[in-house]
Design a protein around this ligand. Structure first.
Ligand code: C5P
Length: 231
């Protein structure tokens, strides 16, 4: 089995991100770089992290008019990220434009996945923004829209895996943050699940940050999580 762990490198410290990536080579399936790091260090910072040789998920959560999102995707294709994301709330045409732009990379096409509903939002936020239904309805509606647009999958909470897998089928990638090993500090995450639980439910990628990056020995922490998956 390919290692499903992607370690979130949530830092603006370029040297630290690069050293974490080097140290995790062979112990994780890839790393995730978000807007904090990318806005600070851009393509040059990306390339510095990429020197470790690990696949990179570029977590930019793009959300704009279709032409601009397509341009945003096109602009990062030379970096060869393996996953890039957009907001499903940007709509069908925007997601299609993102998928089309990604296809221009041919063989090096990154997976394009959609963020459905941010886990920082709840029912009152949906109501306040005029969105009907429950958070679960909304996530499902947006995931179906992402599939219709030809996207490769969605980012979702572990608690949504079962329903999304059942409705969207086996090939639809489910990228899951909010994962905590049983003995880990849960920090600010609320609706968490352990790595083996999330994998058993059907997650494709487990995004894990602080349980690895805050460990005294990040590589050992990642190896322990990987062993828990194989058990
Ligand atoms: O350190 P931790 O494991 O909580 O990091 C999880 C990563 O996944 C962070 O980069 C965070 O921004 C991201 N994320 C999340 N929950 C979401 C979407 C993304 O925790 N719903």
């Amino acid at each position: 089995m390919k290692n499903p762990i992607f370690c979130a490198l949530d830092t603006v410290d370029e040297a630290r991100a690069a050293s974490l990536a080097r140290g995790l080579k062979g112990s994780v399936g890839g790393v995730k770089i978000g807007m904090e790091f990318f806005n600070a260090h851009g393509p040059k910072g990306f390339r510095t992290v990429a020197e470790a040789g690990l696949p990179i998920f570029l977590d930019l959560k793009l959300h704009d008019i279709p032409n601009t999102v397509a341009g945003g995707i096109r602009a990062v294709l030379p970096l060869k990220p393996v996953i890039v994301n957009v907001h499903a709330a940007g709509g069908l045409a925007m997601m299609r434009a993102a998928a089309d732009a990604a296809s221009e990379a041919g063989e090096a096409r990154p997976l394009i996945v959609a963020v459905t509903m941010l886990t920082s939002l709840d029912q009152s936020d949906l109501d306040a923004t005029g969105v009907s239904g429950t958070p679960a309805d909304h996530v499902l509606r947006l995931a179906h829209l992402a599939a219709k647009a030809g996207l490769d999958g969605v980012v979702c909470s572990a608690h949504e895996i079962e329903r999304l897998r059942a409705e969207l089928g086996a090939g639809f990638k489910l990228i899951v943050p909010g994962i905590r090993p049983a003995d880990a500090d849960i920090a600010d995450q609320k609706r968490i699940m352990t790595p083996p639980q999330a994998l058993a439910l059907g997650a494709d990628v487990l995004v894990i940050g602080r349980p690895i990056t805050s460990a005294e020995n990040p590589r050992e922490a990642a190896d322990a999580i990987a062993r828990s998956l194989a058990a």
